[in-house]
Design a protein around this ligand. Structure first.
Ligand code: NAP
Length: 472
């Protein structure tokens, strides 16, 4: 496929292959943007920002609603593209693609809700005869950089609100999964987006990212990816608005009064969807010693039931990770934990990029499988003696994106919600839950800012204060 710059579908001197992680076969190629092409994209985005700012809110909303309708006709096609490029089971890709039309419509709506307020400036001693009010205006050029794991949904969480609020966007999708973004660009253009309103450029993030993010023509950076890259972007960004949706090692606490069968079923979803490659995937399960053995006994058959195989097969629930290198890393971390005294309850094996759904028990908090972000299909189970210890361990992390607790005791649930430093808290579910409209983002090393169309629109607009003098 070609990339979209300055109103044209464009090639470049070199290309990157997009490979199916499951089969290892190349499925397409995309251009590697040159420095000159990145500069063209920036220049075009400045024109795009002017064109977008001229559109009335209802016109922006109509474009996004049309895009939603067009997308809805192509959900299956998009799902197949996502399944192919990510290696995720087709049924999961259908869920991802199926959420896109409503997310576009929700973004369209929030873009029509940009409100200011009148300011009672005469409350300050000595001020009279003035009228002051605020308006919300677009930022201008928004750079959106996205990861591989939800290549459609996380892209729409950025470009939907950005366009709805009247910005131009330069989108840089992950190199492993650029095809769905390029197809989405086609849909938005077909829906009537101004030709310079969106640029979709492909190539290495390590090259393109710093050039885009340090450029003074950009006003807002919206990044989703690893904490390491997010930190590097924050260093080069300079004076810009910055949203960072970063990594995590989400904890789940299981107290003795929980329904263990329900917890086991939920863990077998929360730790393994998309082969665990989700920022709020359940990674650390902290289980009270009173029910530790019973929980593992309930979880093992649930995990062993997960059907592993070809992502395109209708009954597959877990398939390849994004690359063989990542699967080898997960294998290595599991073996390292076993070397330190942990034990594999089930799984632990690897076939190229496919790592079997795995439970590791007796994990110590300082093992990499617990304290770093695993991003793979394994959960690390650790015994705890008390709610105090559970909360301390949940908070003993560089991250704070999602956390969950299973308990019937409302005092423990509220205490957990109050004391755990995390962007979302799930009571009686695992950390893996999101509705697209909720504020979504992290504490600590998990990031800055919140997504969800209402909150993203807020982050992609600026407040301007207008004061009229001489009113008698
Ligand atoms: P990644 O390696 O950080 O890459 C994310 C994006 O950044 C890609 O488009 C990548 O381009 C680009 N990039 C790489 N180096 C860059 C640089 N120096 N400057 C600017 N951009 C650069 O992350 P990933 O492996 O794709 O995704 C997994 C990570 O994303 C995990 O840590 C996960 O927790 C996090 N994540 C967070 C959320 C959230 O909402 N908090 C959601 C999903 C994922 P290339 O692909 O070309 O390298």
């Amino acid at each position: 496929m070609k990339m979209y710059i300055s109103g044209k579908w464009t090639e470049s001197p070199s290309v990157t292959s997009v490979v199916s992680p499951y089969s290892g076969q190349a499925v397409d190629t995309v251009p590697n943007a040159t420095l000159e092409q990145i500069d063209q994209a920036l220049a075009a985005a400045v024109h795009g920002a002017a064109a977008m700012a001229k559109l009335a809110a209802h016109e922006r909303s109509q474009i996004l609603n049309r895009a939603a309708d067009l997308f809805a006709l192509r959900v299956e096609d998009f799902a197949r593209t996502v399944s192919l490029e990510v290696g995720k089971p087709l049924n999961e890709a259908r869920v991802e693609a199926g959420r896109v039309p409503d997310l576009l419509r929700l973004s369209a709506f929030e873009g029509t809700q940009l409100r200011g307020e009148t300011l009672p400036v005469d409350a300050q001693a000595g001020v009279r005869g003035k009228l002051a009010y605020t308006v919300r205006v677009p930022c201008g050029v928004v750079v959106a950089i996205t990861p591989f794991n939800y290549p459609l949904l996380l892209v729409v969480h950025k470009i939907g609100p950005a366009l709805a609020a009247g910005n131009a966007v330069i989108l840089k999708p992950a190199s492993a999964t650029p095809l769905s973004s390029l197809k989405l660009t086609e849909v938005l253009l077909e829906a009537g987006l101004p030709e310079h309103g969106l640029q979709c450029i492909t190539g290495s993030g390590a090259l393109i990212g710093p050039v885009l993010c340090s450029d003074p023509r950009v006003r807002k950076i919206s990044f989703t990816g690893s904490t390491e890259v997010g930190e590097s972007l924050a260093k080069v960004a300079g004076v810009k608005k910055l949203s960072l949706e970063l990594g995590s090692n989400a904890p789940l606490v299981v107290l003795p009064d929980a329904d263990l069968q329900k917890v086991a079923e939920a863990t077998a979803i929360g730790g393994y969807v998309n082969a665990g490659q989700i920022c709020i995937s359940t990674q650390r399960v902290l289980v009270h010693t009173d029910v530790y053995g019973d929980y593992l006994d309930a979880l093992k058959p649930q995990v062993e039931q997960i059907k592993v195989g070809d992502p395109m097969a209708e009954d597959t629930r877990l398939s390849a990770m994004i690359s063989e290198r990542d699967a080898a890393r997960v294998e290595n971390w599991v073996q390292e934990a076993v070397g330190g005294g942990a034990r594999v309850v089930t799984g632990g094996t690897r076939d190229r990029a496919l790592f079997a759904p795995t439970i590791v028990a007796d994990v110590q908090a300082d093992m990499r499988i617990s304290c770093a972000e695993l991003f793979g299909p394994a959960v690390a189970v650790t015994p705890i003696e008390s709610v105090d210890e559970a909360i301390a361990l949940a908070n003993d992390s560089l991250y704070g994106l999602g956390a969950g607790i299973f308990t019937q005791d409302i005092r423990h649930a509220f205490r957990f919600a109050r004391e755990v430093q995390s962007g979302t808290i799930q009571i009686n579910w695992t950390p893996l839950w999101r509705a697209d409209l909720i504020p979504y983002g992290g504490f600590k090393g998990s990031g800055i800012g919140r997504e969800g169309p209402r909150y993203a629109v807020e982050g992609m607009t600026e407040t301007k204060t207008v004061v009229i003098h001489g009113i008698e």
